[in-house]
Design a protein around this ligand. Structure first.
Ligand code: GTP
Ligand code: MG
Length: 394
């Protein structure tokens, strides 16, 4: 990933990109004891998990996050596997990260950093790149470790010579702050342009459907199956970052229908990212219907649903009607197959309709199309308030 900080030991030859994954179980519910998601995140970032270690603690150690005995164990593990990085499943404080690097002799990152790194690698559109840049700068502004070489390149390295110390940190902070300000302004300009385009595109007679869900649930696969498009779908986290919108033909429903595929959510999505991606996620807030896609075959899907509901609430999309889509029906073992492919489930005390289907195999897709057509047609005959009709004439 980034350059190794200068204080790291060079005594042991390291295999670039080989990482040790660490999870600390504080007794919280839903602890991912297999570190499966962290492993997928690492792979998505182009790293290779070579060893995993899980330990228990009552509370994080202020200095090292883990105990010093455990730190020694991690150090030995990293040496044994010649790992170049150690990644923690939880968020580390800047001081913990620095102390750990000194203790372990390799670069240490946390889950937040990994997610930001993936977003940075995957961003394609101008807007996406600016959003990720802003989130990364915000993350960096809290950690004044001098390892942001991309920033130095951008600004020509002005003012970063000189020795370490208070003065240096002051300079670093000022440089990050001014980069944040500049990136914000550029992003606002791009988003203003896009906002106008979107308003022009979104005619009043369109029924807008937005796909939302946990990353890797199969949103892009479902999008492709519905509109016969070829959006990028892959067994990676955050395969999709930019929003794609297409017309969806559902027969004669008296209204145009559009559907959008967008960025997936994840547990502990860094706050900076939610903020930065607010405009992209706006698509979901403006939708007439959310298709909440769930990977029914993932044993953690109940927590993933809760996480998605939380992000939807954060961005103000919790009022938009939802249809739950339990995807990957084909991957469910026979004994977990539901008796009925259409029912309702309770979310936050409300009954939300649910369909089971397989975006890959196609089972259940006709029922989804029928349901979407029914809803679009229903929306088409709902009269608009008089005041809106008048303003729509202009
Ligand atoms: N078995 C099975 N696999 C599926 C199905 N739908 C999608 N997948 C697989 O699940 C993985 C993720 O699919 P995507 O469509 O990229 O998921 P996504 O929700 O768009 O993911 P992100 O864009 O990364 O947030 C891919 O490997 C798909 O092939 C399905 O119905 N059955
Ligand atoms: Mg996708």
């Amino acid at each position: 990933m980034n350059q190794a900080p200068p204080h790291l030991s060079e005594a042991i030859p390291r295999q670039e990109g080989a990482v040790v994954l660490i999870g600390v179980d504080f007794g919280l519910p839903h602890f991912d004891a297999e570190l499966e998601e962290l492993g997928l995140l690492a792979q998505t970032a182009g790293l290779e998990p070579v060893a995993r270690l899980v330990c228990k603690r009552k509370a994080p150690d202020a200095a090292l996050f883990v105990g010093s005995g455990k730190a020694q164990e991690i150090r030995e593990l990293a040496e044994l596997y010649r790992a170049s990085e150690v990644i923690f499943d939880q968020a580390l404080s800047p001081a913990q990260q620095r102390n750990l690097e000194r203790e372990l002799g390799v670069a240490v990152y946390d889950r937040t950093f990994l997610i930001l790194e993936i977003f940075a690698q995957r961003a394609r559109s101008h807007e996406g790149k600016l959003q990720v840049e802003l989130a990364r700068l915000q993350y960096l502004s809290t950690r004044l470790v001098r390892r942001w070489s991309h920033l130095e390149r951008q600004t020509g390295g002005a003012g970063v010579r000189g020795g370490p110390g208070e003065k240096q940190i002051e300079l670093d902070r000022r440089m990050i702050d001014s980069s944040i300000k500049r990136t914000r302004e550029r992003l606002a300009r791009v988003q203003k342009q896009r906002g106008t385009q979107r308003r022009q595109r979104e005619r009043r007679d369109t029924f807008n459907i937005s796909l939302v869900g946990y990353t890797n649930a199969g949103k892009s696969s479902l999008f492709n199956a519905l509109v016969k498009a070829r959006a990028y779908a892959a067994d990676q986290l955050f395969a999709t970052l930019d929003t794609t919108t297409r017309h969806l033909y559902l027969g004669d429903v008296g209204r145009r229908v559009s559907i959008s595929d967008t960025v997936g959510f994840i547990r502990e999505l860094p706050h900076g990212l939610v903020d930065a991606f607010r405009a992209t996620l706006q698509e979901a807030v403006d939708a007439d219907l959310l298709l909440h896609v769930v990977d029914a075959a993932n044993p953690h899907h109940p927590e993933q649903i809760a996480e998605v509901q939380q992000v939807l609430a954060d961005i103000g999309a919790d009022d938009v009607p939802q249809l739950m889509v339990f995807n990957k029906l084909d991957a469910l073992p026979e004994e977990r197959r539901p008796l009925k492919l259409a029912d309702a489930m309770e979310i936050d005390g409300l009954a939300v309709p649910r369909l089971f289907l397989s975006a890959r195999g196609g089972e259940g897709l006709p029922a989804l199309r029928e349901e979407l057509a029914r809803r679009a047609a229903e929306a088409a005959i709902t009269p608009w308030p008089q005041s809106e009709l008048q303003s729509a004439d202009h």
